[in-house]
Each structure stands twice: as C-alpha cells, then as structure tokens.
Ligand binder design. Structure first.
Ligand code: AMP
Ligand code: ZN
Length: 111
C-alpha cells in the first residue's frame, strides 16, 4: 500500500480534516503555508494523468469538498489548489492529491 493509502486506512497517523465514503483530507506534515491540507480520493489513483471517464466522478466530488474545507478553515481571502503530476512537477507521493494552500498572500511561482 502507498503512504496515502495507509493514512486513509488509519495505519499511519494523520490530522484528519474531512472524511466521507470516497474522499479523505488531512494536514500536510510539512506545511508550506499557514493552512496546508491534502485532499485525496480513497481509491488509489496515481496522479492527474490517470484521471479518466471511470474515475473522474470522485475528482468532481473532491472539488466540492475543497470548497467546503476552505469555508471551514476560514480561507475567505483566497487559497490555491495544486496537484503535482509526475517527475517534472516534483510529485513525491504517487497517490492523487490536491494541496489546499492559504492563510497568507501566496507568491506566484508557477514554474
Ligand atoms: P507532492 O510533492 O505533491 O507529491 O506532495 C506530497 C506531500 O505529501 C508533501 O507536501 C508532503 O509534505 C506530504 N506528506 C508526505 N507524507 C505525509 C504524511 N505522512 N502526512 C502528511 N503529509 C505528508
Ligand atoms: Zn495509494
């Protein structure tokens, strides 16, 4: 099992922010902003590159969850949603995840 599958299964501890039948969210262990949350599908999807017609429903749901978490976390001044896909983007965990970053003005470093 990958590290995020183990977190979802409760085999590795995490600070849970949200959970439902298909989605899990927890605080990043190495936060890059005052609020840094990872939102993941419970199903193991390796990255954005593996999103297809069979699994995109959970991705749509993840974005509803992101909006809900952002409201709960008081990010009304804004936030950034990031998904690193593959080697050039520096993806280190090969289980699809969306970073929610906020709580301060964020530098615009797109590349
Ligand atoms: P990425 O570089 O986009 O693949 O992001 C992986 C993220 O997972 C990094 O921001 C890590 O800090 C985070 N991470 C790795 N292990 C854990 C863990 N056990 N609990 C919480 N976050 C983690
Ligand atoms: Zn996994």
């Amino acid at each position: 099992m990958c590290i995020f599958c183990k977190i979802i299964a409760g085999e590795i501890p995490s600070t849970k922010v949200y959970e439902d039948d298909t989605v899990f969210a927890f605080r990043d262990i190495n936060p890059q902003a005052p609020t840094h949350i990872l939102v993941v599908p419970k199903a193991h999807i390796p990255s954005v590159a593996a999103i297809d017609g069979e699994n995109s429903g959970v991705v749509a749901h993840i974005f509803e969850v992101i909006a809900q978490i952002a409201r709960q976390e008081g990010l009304e001044k804004g936030y950034r949603v990031v998904s690193n896909c593959g080697e050039d983007a520096g993806q280190t965990v090969h289980h699809l995840h969306f970073h929610i970053l906020g709580g301060k003005p964020l530098a615009l470093e797109m590349a």
